[in-house]
Design a protein around this ligand. Structure first.
Ligand code: PLP
Length: 439
């Protein structure tokens, strides 16, 4: 009998024993092509000797030094490297152990910043429906996915949620993409004015929405308008790149493709490439300086902040993504995977939309392509698809509630950046087989 408390106790998963290239093998020897990098985590694949060596060194020489007492060479090196490649102005790096921790740190940093500069009324957070920002209570409150929030609703701090930028469903026929983007971005201004600008601390958004919407990119001009609105009302722009960042969309930071810089950006997942649990919140010198000049102390922290082995691994990962050209490769291979998906499923009667950027791609399923009517949630399309794909030897990331937390189904594909052309064909073939089984 296992003593593990699994995610879904009624369906116990197989035991993973090794990885090779883009494959994971279970204890029976069955191979699974990792078409979603777990949950957009694995970007290098397993067995990278440079990362393994980077982890070994601090394990043997330092292991641990609490950040309440010390900084460390691996943490300094990683922060330097991230700052060198970060969006303009973001040059301070707060290191944590994962995505939810990064979001919690960012939210508290935004709040404390306003305390330090003498605007103590600013505490409200505005985010978007159909976003996911993590499962800890602060991050969960920020996320806008109704299904994930519902059981814990009485425990969540009040947060405003405006519309996502979701052109496939919400753009009107008489609207250009740009006009649609401005209309939904302007919801932010309306909500800031409704709440009272002097009470709003931050607006939080994923540049490309991942888990809960299926790789939904913004339309041109959307984030430029969002930046303008935040600036006009003194609200901090917090971009959550935990899933879409670290090269996944073809650039190290996803927001680079929007031509804007946030005040705070969160990263995790691909930062450790699955080798080590690590995340970070990067902020501007202005936010940092406000704390230095004010209380001199960020009232936050976790025991494992800036862990040396995690930082050493992440420093090698970021080097490979940037100098090693792997982020760029995600852009190129993403184009090929997208073309292959279009060729195989572009005319499929139940595929309504194929979307995304780089190796961060999604397909939304519909009962009817004309009306965009979704499948009945009771049919459980996403659950069935996940099981059928897994049977066929493909790991992908289907999810339900795409439209409103209840209706709609999509699948997210986010394979490692080392993927080759043959793997692209294999993903499409196995996904097609799984879809045939389910539909
Ligand atoms: N933010 C985004 C955009 C995510 O996709 C996730 C996880 O999927 C998180 C935050 C939470 O990250 P973690 O699961 O590492 O806590």
């Amino acid at each position: 009998m296992s003593h593990i408390f699994p995610r879904a106790p009624r369906s116990l998963p197989p035991t993973a024993v090794r990885g090779e290239g883009v494959y994971i093998y279970d204890s029976t020897g069955k191979a699974y092509l990792d078409g979603s990098g777990g949950a957009a985590v694995s970007c290098l694949g397993p067995g990278d000797r440079d990362v393994a060596e980077a982890i070994r060194r601090p394990s043997e020489t330092l292991a641990f030094a609490h950040t309440g007492f010390f900084t460390s060479e691996p943490a300094e090196a990683l922060a330097d490297r991230l700052a060198a490649h970060a969006p303009p102005g973001l040059d301070r790096v707060y290191l944590v152990s994962g995505g939810s921790e990064a979001v919690e740190a960012a939210l508290k940093l935004a709040r404390q910043y306003f305390l330090e500069i003498g605007q103590p009324e600013r505490h409200r957070v505005i985010a978007r429906r159909q976003s996911y920002h993590g499962n800890t209570l602060g991050a969960l409150a920020t996320g806008g996915n109704a299904w994930r929030r519902a059981p814990f609703a009485p425990m969540l701090v009040e947060t405003s949620h405006i519309a996502p930028c979701y052109a496939y469903r919400d753009r009107r026929d008489d609207e250009s993409l740009q006009a649609y983007g401005l209309r939904v971005a302007d919801e932010l201004e309306a909500e800031i004015l409704r709440l009272g600008p002097e009470t709003v601390a931050a607006f939080v958004a994923e540049p490309v929405v991942g888990a809960t919407a299926g790789a939904v990119p913004p339309v041109p001009g959307y984030f430029a308008r969002i930046r303008e609105i935040c600036d006009r009302h003194g609200v901090l722009l917090l971009l959550d790149e935990v899933m879409c960042g670290m090269g996944r969309t073809g650039s190290l930071f996803a927001c680079a493709q929007e031509g804007i810089a946030p005040d705070i950006v969160t990263i995790a997942k691909g930062l450790g490439a699955g080798y080590q649990p690590i995340g970070a919140a990067l902020c501007t010198g202005a936010s940092y300086d406000a704390i230095v000049a004010g209380s001199g102390f960020f009232q936050h922290g976790h025991t494992y902040n800036g862990h040396p082995t995690a930082c050493a691994a992440a420093d090698v990962v970021v080097t490979k993504l940037t100098e090693g050209g792997l982020a760029e490769r995600a852009g190129t291979m993403g184009g090929r995977l997208r073309d292959a998906l279009e060729a195989a499923f572009g005319q499929h009667p139940n595929v309504g939309d194929i979307r995304g950027r780089g190796l961060f791609l999604g397909m939304e399923f519909v009962r009817d392509r004309e009306t965009k009517e979704p499948f009945d949630p009771d049919f459980g399309l996403h659950r069935k698809l996940k099981a059928a794909a897994f049977d066929a030897g493909l790991i992908c990331y289907p999810m339900g509630g795409t439209i409103d937390g209840r209706r709609g189904d999509h699948v997210l594909l986010a394979p490692p950046f080392i993927i080759e052309d043959d793997h692209v064909g294999e993903i499409v073939k196995k996904l097609g087989r799984a879809l045939d089984t389910v539909l």
